[in-house]
Design a protein around this ligand. Structure first.
Ligand code: PEP
Length: 244
């Protein structure tokens, strides 16, 4: 079983996304893999109704880590759970970069998502400069330790997405070897902080039909978090269909 997750980011009007959802429902064939789509908030209710009689699960791209209250403009974990989300992205690099989300805030989100009964998909990743100067190991260890240390994590209750920032939306993909090696290191970091080292690890960064199988064949890669290619139903379906 592999996990194939599509992050649509801020794309599509509600009408366009209904068509996209129908296209995905039609194109994705029955599989042992776990398939998840992360549409924009406004398309989540449509995703719930269009995908109601399918095995495709629905996640949110973001949340506010309180059940309710005076937080104008935010969407709570309780609302997401109530509408039918089973997953929520936390710490995507675009949120770290454009919305200055700190490790402390991400830790609150991971806890809130889990306490609401959803699975956080916690994203980590280094910049190109950090990859090149070799500090990426320390950067990843910091991101993981600051957010996950001391939490009681179980294998089925959280996924970690390794998304090197330099590979997101750039067309540059980490080689399967490099991604696997770095994700093996993430397992060591988890061990170091006393967390299970067999958590599901997803790779993200310009994954596409042409490289999906090579990435998914690697020992430490349990799934893919797919941005651009997940917007095209046929491409997403081709990746969902990889059998290993
Ligand atoms: C992402 O945004 O999570 C992502 C991996 O994007 P892309 O596949 O477009 O690089």
């Amino acid at each position: 079983m592999k996990i194939i997750a599509g992050n649509w980011k801020m794309n599509g009007t509600p009408e366009e996304n209904i068509a996209r959802l129908r296209g995905i429902k039609e194109a994705v064939k029955p599989t042992q893999n776990k398939i998840i789509v992360f549409p924009p908030f406004l398309s989540v209710p449509d995703a719930v109704s269009v995908l109601a009689d399918s095995d495709i699960a629905i996640g949110a791209q973001n949340c506010y880590p309180r059940p309710d209250g005076a937080f104008t403009g935010e969407v709570s974990v309780t609302m997401l759970k109530g509408v039918g989300c089973a997953y929520c992205l936390v710490g995507h690099s675009e949120r770290r970069q454009y919305f200055a989300e700190s490790d402390d805030f991400l830790r609150e989100k991971v806890i809130a998502v889990a306490e609401a009964g959803m699975i956080p998909v916690f994203c980590v990743g280094e910049s190109e400069e950090q990859r090149e100067n070799g500090s990426y190991r320390r950067v990843l260890a910091g991101q993981i330790k600051n957010v996950l240390s001391g939490l009681k994590l179980e294998k089925e209750e959280i996924y970690i997405a390794y998304e090197p920032v330099w590979a997101i939306g750039t067309g540059k993909t980490a080689t399967p070897e490099d991604a696997d090696e770095t994700m093996g290191m993430i397992r060591e970091i988890l061990r170091d902080i006393g967390q299970p080292d067999d958590l599901y690890l997803l790779y993200g960064g310009s994954a596409k039909p042409a490289n999906a199988e090579a990435l998914l064949s690697r020992k430490n890669i349990d799934g893919l978090l797919i941005g651009g290619a997940s917007l095209k139903p046929d491409d997403f379906a081709a990746m969902a269909a990889v059998q290993l």
